[in-house]
Design a protein around this ligand. Structure first.
Ligand code: NCD
Length: 306
């Protein structure tokens, strides 16, 4: 359980860390999105994090999340130390707990952590005396991704309440799907989860009927097949998967006529989405999500540290 701070106001959050959407109140979520909107497009914001040192510990591959956390910190005037699995003692067999205990002694001002173990960020928050931000822990949560997705939807539609958002693909292994489900439900949206039966989670409401899930949706979020997390090989090959669950113009026509497309990336074109749809500027908000990722991470760092 994250430590509780003073009561939330527009510029403070309820907790000292961002570990998962479960810890955030609707008020916290709105405060982060408002702050992110303030930072969006600001190339030279006030350097509110000058003299702060942020550890970026990324033990799983990442392009968007790692770079945007680093860029967000640099834009706010902080200094960043990047640590990956390669080049650290993780490669020498050191376990995660020992790596965390070691880094915790160095007195950073914040830790951003991505790791393959569910609960890694929570474990770090018990060892570090500074704010910890979860950049994705196993199949559990990816709260800043859900926040940037919410910012993208809110900017496009002007609200989150009563939106119908269909999330499709490998839901079972997706921390993005889980965090989005929790956040959007909390904010009054209707979230539908769909994908092949074998990739649906046991603990969230989901259907293998993609057509039904797409009907009249305002937004469709596609997910990558996370083969690195699958215990067994998928029954469908990639071509069959694309035919049944890949987003095509035909499948998208089941959603509202002006429905938008999201994808957290990385995209596997021709597997979960037709590449032309991903590139369609009238429907796809995928690059907008990346842009909003930077503003969202600036907002999180600023609200927790400044
Ligand atoms: C996602 C992740 O790492 O969970 N990517 C991201 O952070 N933008 C989704 C994925 O890897 O498929």
């Amino acid at each position: 359980m994250a430590a509780v701070l003073k009561p939330a106001s527009a510029r403070t959050l309820t907790h000292t860390h961002i570990l998962g959407i479960n810890d955030l109140t609707p008020h916290d979520i709105t405060a982060i999105l408002d702050r992110a909107e303030f930072f969006a497009g600001q190339r030279h914001p006030r350097k509110s994090l000058q003299d702060k040192i942020i550890l970026n510990l990324f033990l799983e591959n990442s392009t968007r999340t790692r770079v945007s956390f680093e860029m967000a910190a640099l834009r706010l005037g902080a200094q960043v130390i990047n640590i990956g699995a390669d080049g650290s003692s993780v490669k020498k067999g050191e376990c995660l707990d020992d790596t965390l205990r070691t880094l915790a002694c160095m007195g950073a001002d914040a830790l951003v952590i991505r790791a393959g173990d569910n609960g890694a960020a929570q474990a770090a928050s018990l060892l570090f005396k500074c704010p910890v931000l979860n950049g994705g822990d196993g199949t559990n949560e990816h709260p800043t991704q859900a926040l940037l997705d919410a910012l993208t939807l809110r900017s496009h539609f002007g609200r989150l309440e009563n939106l119908t958002v269909t999330i499709c693909g490998d839901i079972r292994h997706s921390r993005v799907a889980r965090s989005n489900f929790l956040l959007l439900t909390k904010m009054g949206a209707d979230v539908r989860l769909t994908g092949p039966q074998e990739l649906l989670p046991a603990d969230l409401p989901a259907t293998p009927d993609m057509a039904a899930a797409l009907r009249n949706a305002d937004a469709v979020m596609m997910l990558r097949l996370q083969k690195e997390r699958m215990e067994r090989t998928l029954h469908l090959n990639e071509a069959d998967y694309f035919q049944r669950f890949g987003l095509t113009a035909e499948k998208l026509s089941l959603a509202k006529p002006d429905a938008v497309i999201l994808h957290p990336g990385p995209i596997n074109r021709g597997v979960e989405i037709d590449g032309a749809l991903a590139d369609d500027p009238k429907r796809s908000l995928i690059l907008k999500q990346v842009e909003n990722g930077l503003a969202t991470r600036m907002a999180c760092l600023d609200l927790l540290l400044a």
